[in-house]
Write a protein that binds this ligand. Structure first.
Ligand code: ZN
Length: 636
């Protein structure tokens, strides 16, 4: 398990937020679900990604610019960002990890050596392409790469106190601040075609207190939707102007953007940046837009798994209810949403944000990683014929290090504080120790979540100023109960935080979240899933996979009765330990369509024999022999 090496202080609440997140360094997980995955992240994922970055020339691109190696630029023009995301991921996992620390130092040395005297840093736009710098903000990801460097630098500074890479990032950030801004200030107008840089500048602002980074972040968001566009410069105008502007969220101003559109990962990072700026400036129009975007996404444009981006073309959100099972659902988009929802949660403590964060953690994000820790999904379809398999790396390798940095930073998503209370957003066995206003807090969670819904939260230490625990009761947890020292708590409502008043050091709170298996149906306007059901238990979405069925039965022909009794049982030996669901179902008789795509008649018939149905968590699919899989199952 990771350990708490010092007791960090919770940072001051941002001016317009209600909550302040308890930092990563305060939380150590020792559960049987996340802690082993964090161990695999440190032992397998991060070293193998480091190796991939070496063998694919990503590090050499820096050596080439610094003169340490003679070679051609290799890979895609935004490959620098993979190095930065890997460095960020390593930083989150650092305490007590000498091997990882050496990797971080090596990367920092290579990156720093490639920086220009004026602060500019991007290995693609160096040497022979130096003259093309900042000529296409729409497509060429210079600001995006800069954003990932800044995030890595802040993470490394937080973890180590060293400014070795923070200094590099600040020089680049200062160069950006000097370059882009209102023409009246003697600068060039600009907006980023992949908005990562905004949330990164906000991280840098919070790490350094330097107001110009906040102002630059606010400027970059406000520059969207300008006439003429601040990112579509004359040389980059295209015939599909309007389509392209939607793709980059540049067709309207942020305050007028009331749905989630365009490239899904960009949209999520954009929303993260706007939420960060809102927390400092309190622009009510931006908060209203953020909430409208969130509603549009969750009510009309999101998969059951929390996957985002229906369209393969443009890696983009579709229209309302356009959710084909051949989802694009890029792993990075789910991660971006988890980051956004963490930010929204701090604004007002609405449990819906934490519910979604949890859904995406266990489903849309986690499916992106193999159980072995070194194979990745870029797209996460909800049904497949057996050809979609995880890969060890990608030419465009955004997803692998994104998963690694999220797993490394997971502890930072668990808790928040306000003046009087500690808020418990997520559940996993482990310890949290931190300083809030008034003194030190130590909480211990004992639970076998997510397989079991019983959670014991022990308050080991708390200052007198801490008057309550706010505990999330997920919307799915009908019948949830909370007991304080064996006395039932009042006002426990699902889909909200249970406010447990009058607790202090020595008290223990028991939370019971019923883990009933739920059969789920989609809004009928989602054509792809009409007439189908899906199985959920707690935060987990289930699927059926061919490996659990006899050879003559295709899982895509399986049908469940909505009244079927479903058993749930923990199986230690299956897929590294899962709760599997078991029931009995029918199999559609396809013979009536032999030789024909369509036939007369309005119903299907079923084979005489029932089939034993086994469902596994969606995240665990494609870890056995290849075969069809589906989340949505026909209903009889
Ligand atoms: Zn990605």
């Amino acid at each position: 398990m990771n350990t708490i090496v010092s007791v960090p202080k919770v940072p001051a609440k941002r001016p317009f937020n209600r909550l302040s997140p308890v930092p990563l360094k305060a939380v150590a997980l020792s559960d049987s679900f996340w802690a082993p995955r964090q161990q695999v992240n440190r032992d397998v994922t991060l070293p193998s990604q480091y190796e991939q970055c070496e063998t694919t020339g990503r590090v050499d691109n820096f050596r080439r610019v610094s003169g340490r190696k003679e070679c051609e630029f290799s890979g895609i023009f935004f490959n620098d960002s993979d190095i930065y995301k890997l460095l960020e991921a390593i930083a989150y996992s650092l305490p007590g990890e000498a091997k990882l620390s050496a990797m971080a130092d090596a990367l920092i040395d290579e990156v720093g050596a490639a920086q220009d005297a004026n602060g500019y840093l991007n290995t693609y736009f160096s040497l022979e392409r130096k003259g093309d710098r900042w000529t296409n903000l729409k497509d060429m990801h210079e600001l995006y790469c800069a954003g990932h460097l800044i995030e890595a630098a802040v993470a490394h500074f937080d973890a180590t106190g060293s400014t070795s890479i923070l200094d590099v990032a600040r020089r680049l950030a200062d160069h950006i601040c000097d370059t882009f801004g209102p023409v009246a200030d003697g600068k060039r107008e600009g907006a980023c075609g992949h908005e990562e840089v905004v949330l990164a500048l906000m991280s840098l602002y919070r790490a350094t207190g330097e107001a110009r980074y906040l102002e630059q972040a606010r400027y970059f968001i406000a520059a969207h939707g300008a006439t003429p566009s601040a990112m579509y410069w004359p040389s980059t105008s295209a015939p599909w102007w309007d389509f392209n502007r939607r793709y980059h969220q540049d067709h309207v101003k942020f305050e007028d953007l009331h749905d989630v559109v365009g490239h899904a990962v960009r949209m999520m990072y954009y929303a993260c940046g706007a939420a960060d700026v809102y927390a400092e400036t309190g622009d009510a129009r931006w908060l209203a837009a953020l909430k409208a975007q969130w509603s549009n996404m969750t009510e009309r444009r999101m998969y059951l798994t929390g996957g985002l981006g229906a369209r393969w073309e443009g890696e983009a959100f579709g229209d309302d209810w356009e959710l084909p099972e051949r989802a694009y659902a890029e792993t990075c988009a789910a991660i971006g949403s988890i980051m956004w929802n963490k930010r929204m949660l701090q604004v007002d403590g609405d449990s819906r944000y934490a519910d979604l964060m949890e859904l995406q953690l266990y489903n849309a994000m986690l499916a992106g990683l193999s159980l072995s820790g070194d194979q990745y999904f870029y797209q996460n379809p909800l049904a497949d014929g057996g050809t979609h398999r995880r890969q060890a790396w990608f030419g465009c390798a955004c997803c692998p290090p994104n998963i690694a940095r999220l797993l490394g930073s997971l502890g930072g998503y668990f808790y928040s504080v306000d003046q009087e209370a500690v808020w418990v957003h997520l559940f996993a066995q482990g310890v949290a120790r931190f300083e809030m206003d008034g003194g030190a807090v130590e909480l211990r969670q004992s639970t076998n979540y997510p397989w079991d819904g019983d959670i014991r939260i022990e308050i080991v230490e708390a200052p007198a100023s801490m008057k309550a625990l706010q505990i999330r009761i997920p919307a799915w947890a009908k019948g949830a109960t909370v007991q304080v020292n064996d006395r039932p708590a009042e006002d426990v409502a699902v889909g909200s935080y249970a406010c447990v008043q009058g607790v202090g050091a020595g008290d223990a709170v028991r939370v019971h979240l019923p883990m009933e298996v739920r059969m789920v149906t989609a809004d009928p306007r989602v054509f792809a899933t009409a007439g189908k059901v899906s199985l959920m238990r707690g935060p987990m979405v289930y699927c059926i996979e061919q490996a659990d069925f006899p050879a003559g039965v295709d899982v895509r022909d399986v049908a469940l009765s909505p009244a079927a009794k479903v058993d749930a049982r923990f199986e230690q030996e299956t897929l590294a330990g899962i709760v599997a669901l078991r029931t009995s179902g029918k199999v559609i008789d396809r013979s009536a369509w032999d030789g024909a795509l369509y036939r007369d008649g309005g119903s299907v018939s079923y084979a005489a024999a029932n089939v034993d149905v086994v469902a596994i968590p969606f995240y665990a699919w494609a870890n056995r022999e290849a075969g069809p899989m589906t989340v949505w199952i026909h209903a009889t």
